[in-house]
Ligand binder design. Structure first.
Ligand code: GTP
Ligand code: MG
Length: 427
C-alpha cells in the first residue's frame, strides 16, 4: 500500500454498524481458547536458593505431585543449572512444565561469579528463541519455549537481612526474568520476627534498586487481589509433602513435637497466596511479561548489537538490505585487516626466528672455535710431555747402559784377582 493510501485509510472515519442478525464472530474468544487448549502451554520456573533450602519440596507441594529429586551436594565447584521437563495435565489442559534448579548455589567459597551461570542460562533460552524467530522457515507454533517465566528466589530465613549474594544475584537477574522472592522454611522463624524480616527485605530491595515482579493491577478482574498480594511480598512459605490428620481431614503439614504447621493454612504461612498468585491468577501474565518485557529487551539489545536499527539518522525506516550490506562491508574490511595483521605477524615471527637461529649459529661457531683452541693447546701440552718423557727415557737408558758397563767391568776385575793370588803363593 502506498504511503498516501495508508494515510487516507487511517484518517478515514470508522463507522459503527449494527448487525441484522447473529453472524458468529462473538465466538472468536472461544476459538482462541480452544486453539490454545489444543496447543497446550509451557511454563518454566527457575528455582534459585541455597542447597537444601526446600526448593524441591516446595515444587512438589505447589504442583501436588512428586517430581524426581536428587539431593545436591555441598561440594559443587560452580553453580550448575539443571532443567527438568514434565508433562502435566489438569482437566483437559496440558502443561509442559520445566523446573530449573540452580544446583550448588551459595556453596562456593568465592561467590563472585555465582550469578553468571544463571544469567547465561536465561540468555541462552532467549537466544534459542531469537534464532527460531530469525529462521526463514520458523516453527514457533510447535516450538518448545524454554524461556524462564519466573524465578522463585528462596531467601534463607535468617531473620536478619538479605545476604550480599542475594542482592547481587537478584540485581543481575531483574532485567532478565520475573523475580518472586520467597522466604523459605518460614516455620523456622517467629511471627513477629517474620514481619520485621519482610519489611527489612523489601526496604533492602528498594534501596538497592532491585526490581521484583509486581502482580499486575491493570486488569480490573484481578486488580484488587493483586494489589493486596503485592503488599504481602515476599511470601513466607512452608513446604511439605507429608500428610497429617487435623480434625478429620488429611492436610499437608509439618509435624513438630509442639504442634503442626499446616502448609495450606493462611494463618500459618503464605503458601496458598504464592500458589494463587503464581498459578491460578498470574501464570499468563508471567508468560506475557517474559515475552513482552524481558525477551523484548534481550532481542532489542542483540539486534542493535548486530547493527540493526528501526530508523536511520534521518529518521527514515532502516533498510534491512542496507544494514546487511554495511555489515557485510564492515565484516569484510575487518577480515582483511585481520588477515593483513596475521601476515605481518607471521613475517615478523619468521624474521625473529631467523635472527634467533643466526645468533644460535654464531654462538655454536664460537663455542666450536673455543673448543678447538682448547684441544690444540691440550695436544701441544701432551706432545711436550711426550718429548720430555722420551728424553727422560733416553737419559735413563744411557744411565742404565753406563751402569751395566761399570758392573761388568767390576765383575771382571774381581774374577782376575784370585788367580793373581795363586800365582803369588806358588812363587
Ligand atoms: P537441594 O536440591 O539438594 O539443593 O535441596 P532443596 O532446596 O531441593 O531442598 P529439599 O526440598 O530437598 O529440602 C531439604 C530439607 O529441608 C528436607 O529435609 C525437607 O524436609 C526440609 N524442608 C523443606 N521445606 C521445608 C520447610 O518449609 N520447612 C522446614 N522446616 N523444612 C523444610
Ligand atoms: Mg532439590
Amino acid at each position: 500500500m502506498a504511503a498516501t493510501d495508508l494515510e487516507r485509510f487511517s484518517n478515514e472515519e470508522k463507522r459503527n454498524l449494527s448487525l441484522g442478525g447473529h453472524v458468529g464472530f462473538d465466538s472468536l474468544p472461544d476459538q482462541l481458547v480452544s486453539k490454545s487448549v489444543t496447543q497446550g502451554f509451557s511454563f518454566n520456573i527457575l528455582c534459585v536458593g541455597e542447597t537444601g533450602i526446600g526448593k524441591s519440596t516446595l515444587m512438589n507441594t505447589l504442583f501436588n505431585t512428586t517430581f524426581e529429586t536428587e539431593e545436591a551436594s555441598h561440594y559443587e565447584s560452580a553453580v550448575r543449572l539443571r532443567p527438568r521437563t514434565y508433562d502435566l495435565q489438569e482437566s483437559n489442559v496440558h502443561l509442559k512444565l520445566t523446573i530449573v534448579d540452580a544446583v550448588g548455589f551459595g556453596d562456593q567459597i568465592n561467590k563472585d561469579e555465582s550469578y553468571r551461570p544463571i544469567v547465561e542460562y536465561i540468555d541462552t533460552q532467549f537466544e534459542n528463541y531469537l534464532q527460531e524467530e530469525l529462521k526463514i522457515r520458523r516453527s514457533l507454533f510447535n516450538y518448545h519455549d524454554t524461556r524462564i517465566h519466573v524465578c522463585l528466589y528462596f531467601i534463607t530465613p535468617t531473620g536478619h537481612s538479605l545476604k550480599s549474594l542475594d542482592l547481587v544475584t537478584m540485581k543481575k537477574l531483574d532485567s532478565k526474568v520475573n523475580i518472586i522472592p520467597i522466604i523459605a522454611k518460614a516455620d523456622t522463624i517467629s511471627k513477629s520476627e517474620l514481619h520485621k524480616f519482610k519489611i527489612k527485605i523489601m526496604s533492602e530491595l528498594v534501596s538497592n534498586g532491585v526490581q521484583i515482579y509486581q502482580f499486575p493491577t491493570d486488569d480490573e478482574a484481578v486488580a484488587e487481589i493483586n494489589s493486596v498480594m503485592n503488599a504481602h511480598l515476599p511470601f513466607a512459605v512452608v513446604g511439605s509433602t507429608e500428610e497429617v490428620k487435623v480434625g478429620n481431614k488429611l492436610v499437608r503439614a509439618r509435624q513438630y513435637p509442639w504442634g503442626v504447621v499446616q502448609v495450606e493454612n493462611e494463618s500459618h504461612c503464605d503458601f496458598v497466596k504464592l500458589r494463587e498468585m503464581l498459578i491460578r491468577v498470574n501464570m499468563e501474565d508471567l508468560r506475557e511479561q517474559t515475552h513482552t518485557r524481558h525477551y523484548e529487551l534481550y532481542r532489542r539489545c542483540k539486534l542493535e548489537e548486530m547493527g540493526f536499527k528501526d530508523t536511520d539518522p534521518d529518521n527514515q525506516p532502516f533498510s534491512l538490505q542496507e544494514t546487511y550490506e554495511t555489515k557485510r562491508k564492515e565484516f569484510l574490511g575487518e577480515l582483511q585487516r585481520k588477515e593483513e595483521e596475521m601476515r605481518q605477524m607471521f613475517v615478523n615471527k619468521v624474521k625473529e626466528t631467523e635472527a634467533e637461529l643466526k645468533e644460535k649459529e654464531r654462538e655454536l661457531h664460537e663455542k666450536f672455535e673455543h673448543l678447538k683452541r682448547i684441544h690444540q693447546e691440550e695436544k701441544r701440552k701432551v706432545e711436550e710431555k711426550r718429548k720430555e718423557l722420551e728424553e727422560e727415557m733416553n737419559a735413563f737408558n744411557r744411565r742404565k747402559v753406563a751402569v751395566e758397563t761399570l758392573q761388568s767391568q767390576s765383575l771382571q776385575a774381581t774374577s782376575q784377582q784370585p788367580l793373581k793370588k795363586d800365582k803369588d803363593k806358588k812363587k
